[in-house]
Design a protein. Structure first.
Lengths: 350, 620
């Protein structure tokens, strides 16, 4: 019944609007205003454009003040500070262009709206003017380009040798991280070895894998570069560490990497933001399916001494899955393999 | 004019003079028509249908984004099982986002925009009786129609339509195990897009051929209206780039159905390791964006062409820097092919490649800036008539600038690291390519409606439509910059799972409400459109006092466009407010000898040549 009433109401409203529209049309026909080249509203649009100009400029700056508190806190990495600076400088430059062009665009309609007694100024071109507004943007672009290139090159150069190495693996719909343990080397892996326990497909016969550990949180050491070795095992994912201004896709079959230096520990950031609950987070930014929006992983930045303590407290993956490990060793260890090949040789010789 | 005559009267010997009118059956005249004007209207109506559908989908996901806690049970009659316990299914959310993108980019702003206006305006503005091949033109529409049907059907299947984003990156799009939309939905998407590409190619080849070959006497390339330049270059971009998307899609079909490994390698999914090795998902991205980036200009250039024409006409001034405008179209078109990898800075592509693409990307800002300045210079000291078309054109310039400027930031690889795939990108391309092109399309409809249907659209409704849409679209897309600066990733069903992204809930609500209102106002336009077709005020043959050739045809141009001779062209299309002229416009078909008082120095020589031409017997 209510649906019916609402529908009737809407229909009535539409009918009234339609009648109003018809009356307007008829009045205009009677007045003969259709015969004029422009109607009375022509000047109004000019004023509206200028009003809109103030509205958008004030809205833009005003809301920026409101929104500031929601922006990410200052960058917690070295390169992030540089990109943030460049971002706001670029914003300043485009803001000048934005205001300059929009002011002209919105004031001209008011100033030059149609008048019966005036004729427009026949002005097909002016090469000097055109040259000026080709060259000025070009110069600004060159400046932006080179400052961007400089930062981009330094971000993408080889990771420093003293970097801590962490492997980040994306899967539907969670992140997994693996640390190389005390030898500093990650064990080899193969996607064919992946199963419910061995999420990384670690090759057990590789000795480097024996001290690898797989924690439930990502820990970085403050002040030391960290090299993320990024992989995906099913579809594309993308490692996004918003507080560190870090992003790199995780691609199945093609390992990628990103290195950076964390500069603010979690404790310090909690103090700076005044939020005792603050946590760095890792998110996914390449659409990967149903749970794309929920691939949250906690990131902790430790002071160097805490980091060492944390490393020492971690148990290797091997030690946590002794049985599985022993079984896999039987299958894949070099001695087991040579036994099999020997058997094959015997078989073929028969 | 290859008109197939179905009604041959046996007692009558046909002279087969193609300028003569044949009575055609309803089907030949309105359905399988070879007349460019009818085909244009077919594209237009199809495009509007898709626009409502694609826009409606965005309303659904804005509902989810603005009001994540709301109970959506009331949508059950429409969405059925996709609403689970009052919540939208997250995969359906992704399906909506994907279909919104696909529909808007391809079906509305490519087919609906180029299909309508290239078809309608090319013959009328260059002085041709029809397209070079009416038959190919008809095929082009019907391939598009078939493609539309398949895409439409895919929305209703049980596993849902394609859902991996409009960019359909594999492996997500290649593996049905990865999400339900990658099953039948993706197959239909690929079939539909393959047909779409065929349609687009047939159309583009026709546009190019027509512009090159069928220009009327006197219509040199430098006398073409900028609309035609834009359509021509758009068609060339399409011919060069769509086949690459076709090959990308074909390889994806192979990977999906025949077990090849072009894009797949070392995948463990749903409890098993797949056999595929050696493929590269990044290869797909290169191929996709080799079309995908030019596609942005396929969408935008026709809108800019339409705007050039409308701004010049309604400022009563020549477009400022006609040759610079052509140059910038050519520059943009050329550069559009060598900037694609700026969509891929953080895909693990070689960083040096990133540097090169960053350089090329920023270069494209120069011709774009020239265009923006030239539009503004055209308004300067004009005598501006604010028709609805003119309002939308000014709106386009504003959106083009606002959205284009942030391109300088996103094109910068170092800054793109943080901003890639955030709402900053969403804001950028919705302003510069989405809204700007949409405004171009709407402006075109208002401007050429009198030529299409012989009646005028109601201007007052047009004004209301413009102001609500202009302000509304800014309120929808501008705030997304703030959300993007705060790092919010796009294509998220809900942001509240993260501490970093659980802010801005009120702003997201605000955007959603603005989007609902802006969408609702479009129905005013729809009403105006349909009402005016039947009941609009009768149009005069040149209601905007415009120079171009389409306004020299009768109010309702018939088959062949001009009842008599096709007019000869004597001047460029922008002789507005010439000093010494009686009126503030001189149509292209007025000889220089008829405007002695207003001729410029270089035109006086041309005028002598022209007089010899006219006096020779063959000319008339």
């Amino acid at each position: 019944m209510t649906t019916f009433l609402i529908l009737t109401g809407v229909l009535l409203l539409l009918a009234i609007l339609f009648m109003l529209f018809r009356t307007q049309v008829l009045i205009n026909v009677l007045k003969g205003s259709y015969n004029q080249r422009v109607d009375k509203s022509n000047k109004v649009h000019g004023y509206l454009f200028v009003a809109f100009m103030f509205f958008i400029f004030l809205g833009m700056f005003g809301y920026h003040q409101v929104a500031k508190k929601y922006y990410l806190p200052e960058s917690a990495s070295i390169h992030g500070v540089e990109t943030d600076n460049l971002f706001w400088i670029s914003m300043g430059i485009i803001l000048v262009a934005f205001i300059f062009t929009n002011v002209l665009l919105f004031i001209f309609p008011l100033k030059y709206h149609y008048r019966e007694d005036r004729k427009a100024y026949f002005y097909p071109d002016n090469h000097t003017l055109e040259r000026v507004w080709t060259i000025i943007p070009a110069i600004v672009l060159v400046v932006l380009l080179f400052s961007g290139l400089k930062i981009w090159t330094s971000i993408t150069q080889e990771a420093p040798v003293n970097s801590n190495i962490v492997e980040v693996l994306g899967k539907q719909f969670a992140w997994q991280v693996r640390y190389p343990g005390s030898d500093g080397k990650l064990g080899q892996q193969s996607f064919k070895r992946i199963d419910a326990i061995n999420e990384f497909g670690i090759k057990v016969e590789d000795k480097n894998s024996h001290d690898d550990f797989i924690p439930r949180e990502l820990h970085f050491q403050k002040g030391t570069p960290v090299l993320l070795k990024i992989r995906a095992r099913d579809v594309l994912h993308s490692v996004f560490l918003p507080h560190f201004r870090v992003k790199m896709d995780a691609v199945p079959g093609m390992p990628t990497s990103f290195w950076f230096t964390p500069t603010i520990s979690t404790a310090e950031m909690r103090e700076k933001t005044g939020n005792a609950e603050f946590n760095y987070e890792l998110a996914c930014t390449e659409v990967c399916g149903r749970g794309h929006f929920a691939m949250r992983f906690i990131v902790v930045v430790d002071e160097p001494e805490e980091y060492v303590k944390w490393l020492a407290s971690q148990k290797s993956w091997k030690s946590q899955n002794e049985d599985y490990f022993a079984e896999s060793m039987k299958k894949y260890s070099p001695s087991a393999k040579s036994e099999i090949t020997n058997q094959n040789k015997e078989l073929s010789s028969l | 004019m290859a008109t197939v005559d179905l009604q041959i009267h046996s007692h009558e010997v046909h002279a087969h003079d193609h300028h003569e009118h044949h009575e055609q059956s309803f089907i030949r005249k309105y359905i399988f028509s070879e007349d460019h004007k009818i085909i244009a209207k077919q594209f237009l109506i199809s495009g509007m249908f898709w626009a409502i559908l694609g826009g409606g989908m965005s309303m659904l996901f804005r509902l989810q984004l603005g009001f994540p806690d709301a109970n959506l049970d009331w949508l059950k009659p429409l969405l059925g099982e996709w609403i689970e316990n009052g919540k939208m299914n997250p995969e359906f959310y992704l399906a909506l986002v994907t279909m919104h993108g696909t529909i808007m980019v391809f079906f509305v702003l490519t087919a609906g925009l180029s299909g309508t206006f290239s078809n309608f305006l090319i013959p009328l503005q260059i002085g041709a009786r029809d397209m070079a091949s009416g038959f190919l033109n008809m095929l082009s529409y019907w391939f598009f129609f078939a493609s539309s049907v398949i895409m439409f059907v895919s929305i209703f299947i049980e596993t849902g339509p394609a859902s991996g984003g409009w960019v359909i990156y594999p492996p997500l799009s290649a593996l049905p195990q990865a999400m339900s939309g990658s099953g039948l939905g993706m197959t239909l998407w690929l079939c539909s897009m393959s047909l779409f590409i065929v349609s687009s190619l047939l159309g583009s080849i026709n546009y190019i051929t027509t512009v090159i070959n069928l220009r009327t006497k006197g219509m040199s390339f430098l006398r073409l209206p900028l609309t035609i330049w834009a359509f021509l270059i758009t068609a060339i971009i399409g011919v060069l780039s769509f086949p690459v998307l076709f090959s990308a899609a074909l390889l994806l079909i192979f990977d999906r159905s025949f077990g090849t490994s072009f894009y797949l390698s070392e995948i463990y999914i749903a409890g098993e390791a797949l056999h595929n090795v050696g493929g590269s998902p990044v290869l797909f991205q290169h191929l996709f964006w080799f079309l995908g980036h030019p596609e942005v200009y396929i969408v935008l250039l026709p809108a800019l062409g339409i705007t050039s024409e409308i701004i010049a006409t309604n400022s009563r001034k020549p477009i400022f820097g006609y040759k610079a405008m052509i140059g910038s179209i050519l520059g943009i078109a050329f550069l559009s092919f060598i900037v694609w990898a700026h969509h891929m800075f953080v895909t693990g592509m070689n960083p040096f490649l990133g540097s090169i693409f960053m350089l090329l990307t920023l270069v494209i800002a120069v011709p774009s800036a020239v265009k923006a300045f030239n539009y503004i210079a055209t308004l300067w000291r004009g005598n501006i008539v604010f028709t609805p078309a003119m309002l939308f054109s000014i709106g386009l310039v504003s959106y083009f600038i606002s959205g284009g400027l942030t391109g300088l930031i996103l094109g910068n690889a170092a800054l793109d690291i943080q901003l890639h795939d955030t709402y900053f990108v969403v804001a950028h391309f919705h302003l510069v390519m989405g809204t700007a092109s949409f405004f171009g399309m709407v402006a075109g409809i208002y401007h050429w409606f009198p030529k299409m249907f012989g009646r005028m659209m109601d201007a007052r409704l047009g004004y209301i439509h413009f102001w609500f849409t202009f302000i509304g679209a800014y309120l929808v897309f501008f705030p997304m910059h703030y959300i993007g600066i705060a790092g919010f990733p796009r294509r998220y069903y809900s942001h509240t799972g993260f501490d970093a992204f659980s802010t801005f809930t009120d702003l997201n609500q605000f955007i959603s409400v603005a989007a609902f209102l802006t969408f609702a106002v479009q129905f005013l336009f729809l009403f105006n459109f349909i009402y005016s077709i039947f009941k609009g005020r009768k149009a005069s043959s040149n209601p905007w006092y415009s120079n171009t050739l389409e306004w020299t045809t009768p109010v309702n141009p018939g088959h062949g466009n001009w009842p008599g001779e096709v007019p000869t062209v004597y001047r460029w299309p922008y002789d507005y407010s010439k000093v010494g002229a009686d009126d503030d416009f001189i149509p292209q078909n007025v000889p220089l000898s008829a405007t002695l008082s207003s001729n410029l120095e270089h035109e006086k020589d041309l005028q002598k040549v022209e007089q010899i031409d006219i006096s020779s017997p063959n000319a008339q």
